[in-house]
Each structure stands twice: as structure tokens, then as C-alpha cells.
Design a protein. Structure first.
Length: 399
């Protein structure tokens, strides 16, 4: 086995760390804490410290080595001692077996594969199965979601949209991108990625970050991005829930002779600008394209039109027999009272003022689309104060 294989094994251990909200900690501090929490979980499950020895599995021997390294590092002790409720860093713990650092040769020997398929790495006899790890991880990670009331409507709406066909489920592609707001079906439960922490690079060069994931049963977990990807990869029934696509405008059924003309799309910015971050859920870009929306936004973070940041596709509306740019102009005019006034500098230092961003909730955009479909949009106006549509003549009926 090569050194790369060994590093990958150790990287996997990092991915199984119990989640911890990072707060103001650096990426290095978070990695140290995550590694220590793995050891704490081992002690909690086994009722003893991890130990060295040929009869111990690779994971336990790595935990024992890591604990010794943490004890010997003043930096690590300073970070971990306030969190060490079990006193694992105390130097007077008895270790039953040899406490010398495990060597690479020992690891290679333990992981060595032979021609016999039973000796393949997938049949290691001393390594816990993924199912066992997953079960322990579920127990450790999922806790009651105290503010579930604010997420419950999202799950209810999603269920209705799946039943009506507005949303679909598609097979999750291995290690596919996971963004804030994404919805998945994992182990039979609907899971919402409520937030993403700052990206950091692990010791093995892999980008990672913390996620807050809410489940439709009222639980939540705070886990690593790569851990969620791994769980979705392993669950053969996992699905990604698509964003709403309301079908061709002005038509209940798409006919063979319909002329496809593109999409109206709604985007949400991933910019870390303080104002945008604070109001992210109600700041949307409304645009039109005759091609694929994903291709259109591929270089968003280099384009001032997209606020020089990555964007998330919130909704798409398929067009048929209709000029998408005229419809885009109509929507821009309708929501003009809520247009976001922002000025950025492009890569040449030239001021740019994107004009397609609005302080409008998604529900209001969908309501406006429905009025356009019904041909009665001229009877309504957008009220920024109530973030809703209302009729001109009565100024009372809100939608």
C-alpha cells in the first residue's frame, strides 16, 4: 500500500469526527478538536482508552497514537483541556499495551492485501464496518432541532411540490456539490442543508466545511461536508430533490409542437458581503436564458452580474412559445420598487451596478409568475413593505 493510501485512511478518520460548531476557531483548531472528539467517542463506546497492540484494529491504534501526540503538544493541550471533561489528557492514565507510536510498516502489514479476495481491503477483519461506524455516527450527531418550527414549512412545501410534480427526485451523483438550501432523501428521511460553514483544507489537502443539516423528523446534525457526501454515496437509495420547475408558461401541458425558448431562473447569492449574508433568503436575481442555466452561472464568481460570488439556483421556469427576455423585462419592471442598489468593481477596477437583483422573497416571485400565467398581472403591484402582491383597485388583497 502506498503512502497516499495511508493518508486517505487517516483522512477518512477525520471525516468521521463528531461535529463541533467552529465559532471563531481556526481551521487547524477545528481539526484538532475533531480528532480529539473521535477519541472521546471511542472511550464512550468502549468504556476504555484506545490502546496499541497487534490484536487491536487499525482505527484503535491510530486513536492511541493520536492521543499520545495530543498529550505531548502544548498547543493541543491548551486548546483541548477546557473541553476534556473525561481527563483524557492527563499523563497518569495506564495504557495496557505498548505506547510507542505505531509505525508505517505496522500499518502496511495490517492493511496488506493478498491474491485471496478475502484478504482484500474491503474484507479487513480488524476494521469496523461502515455500517457500524454509520450507526455510531448517527447516535453521536443527531440531536433535537430546537428551532424546527422555522424549517417545518419547507418540508411541508417540498412534500406538496413532490406530489404535484413541481419538484422531482434524481439519483445523487457521487461526491456531487452540496450547497446551502439543497434537499436530499437520505436513509428514507428528507434532509435540508440549512447552512454551510467556512471552507478549510484538511491536513491531507481535501477541502471541507461544517454543515448544519435539518431532518424532517425534527432532528439536526452538524457534520462535515465530506461525511454527508460519503453517506449519500453509500446509501444506494439516496436522492437529490430538484428545485421547482413549473413547466411551460401559459400551458398546462407541454405539446410536441411547442417551441422551447429557454428559462426564467431565480438565483441566490453566496456572497459573504455582510448585507447580503444578513438578507440572503430574500435577495434574488431574476434572469432569463435560452440555454442551460447551470452553464450560464458556471463562472459566476468572476462576473459582476452575479455579485462576484457563487450563486445557487432556487427555481427555474421553463418557457415555451415565449420571448424570455421580454418576460424578464416585465418581471424586472414589476419588482422595480424592490430593486437592490449595489455597486461593485470588476477585475479592471471599473464600477459595475448589477440591475437584476431584488429584495423579494421567492414566494412573491412565484405569485407574480402565476399572475402572468393567468394573464392578470396588470391588476397587481408589488408592495415592498409587506413583501407581497396586492390589487391596484383595492390595495388590500395581498397574495
Amino acid at each position: 500500500m502506498s503512502e497516499i493510501d495511508l493518508n486517505e485512511l487517516r483522512a477518512e478518520l477525520d471525516d468521521f469526527a463528531r461535529p463541533q460548531k467552529s465559532g471563531d476557531r481556526s481551521a487547524r483548531e477545528e481539526r484538532i478538536i475533531a480528532g480529539f472528539e473521535e477519541i472521546e467517542r471511542f472511550v464512550e463506546e468502549r468504556g476504555r482508552l484506545p490502546q496499541q497492540g497487534a490484536d487491536r484494529d487499525i482505527f484503535e491504534r491510530l486513536y492511541a497514537t493520536r492521543l499520545e501526540s495530543l498529550r505531548e503538544s502544548e498547543e493541543c493541550r491548551a486548546i483541548l483541556e477546557p473541553l476534556d471533561s473525561r481527563g483524557l489528557l492527563a499523563m497518569d492514565h495506564d495504557i495496557e499495551a505498548n505506547t510507542e507510536n505505531i509505525s508505517d510498516d505496522e500499518l502496511f502489514a495490517a492493511l496488506k492485501t493478498e491474491a485471496d479476495p478475502q484478504n482484500d481491503i474491503t474484507h479487513l477483519t480488524h476494521v469496523r464496518s461502515r455500517q457500524e461506524i454509520k450507526a455510531a455516527e448517527e447516535i453521536a450527531q443527531r440531536v433535537p432541532c430546537l428551532d424546527f418550527a422555522q424549517f417545518k414549512p419547507i418540508f411541508e412545501t417540498t412534500r406538496r411540490q413532490l406530489a404535484s410534480g413541481e419538484r422531482q427526485t434524481v439519483k445523487y451523483q457521487d461526491n456531487a456539490t452540496i450547497q446551502e438550501g439543497d434537499l436530499f432523501i437520505l436513509d428514507g428521511q428528507t434532509a435540508l442543508v440549512a447552512s454551510r460553514g467556512e471552507m478549510f483544507i484538511s491536513d491531507y489537502g481535501a477541502p471541507n466545511c461544517r454543515l448544519r443539516v435539518i431532518y424532517d423528523n425534527g432532528a439536526e446534525s452538524d457534520l462535515l461536508l465530506r461525511s454527508l457526501q460519503r453517506a449519500l454515496n453509500k446509501d444506494k437509495t439516496s436522492r437529490r430533490i430538484t428545485t421547482p420547475d413549473l413547466g411551460p408558461l401559459f400551458a398546462q401541458v407541454e405539446e410536441p409542437e411547442d417551441w422551447p425558448t429557454g428559462y426564467i431562473y431565480v438565483l441566490r447569492s453566496q456572497s459573504d458581503d455582510p448585507f447580503i449574508a444578513e438578507h440572503r433568503s430574500v435577495i434574488h436575481k431574476i434572469g432569463a436564458t435560452g440555454g442551460d442555466v447551470k452553464k450560464r452561472i458556471a463562472n459566476a464568481k468572476k462576473d459582476p452580474t452575479y455579485l462576484l460570488a457563487d450563486v445557487e439556483i432556487i427555481a427555474t421556469f421553463k418557457l415555451a412559445n415565449l420571448d424570455g427576455h421580454k418576460l424578464e423585462a416585465l418581471l424586472h419592471k414589476f419588482f422595480d420598487p424592490a430593486r437592490l442598489n449595489v455597486q461593485l468593481q470588476d477585475r479592471f477596477g471599473i464600477p459595475v451596478s448589477p440591475r437584476e437583483w431584488f429584495l423579494v422573497p421567492l414566494e412573491a416571485i412565484e405569485a407574480a409568475i402565476e399572475k402572468i400565467q393567468a394573464g392578470i398581472i396588470d391588476q397587481f403591484q408589488y408592495d415592498p413593505e409587506t413583501a407581497s402582491l396586492r390589487r391596484y383597485e383595492q390595495n388590500l388583497e395581498r397574495v
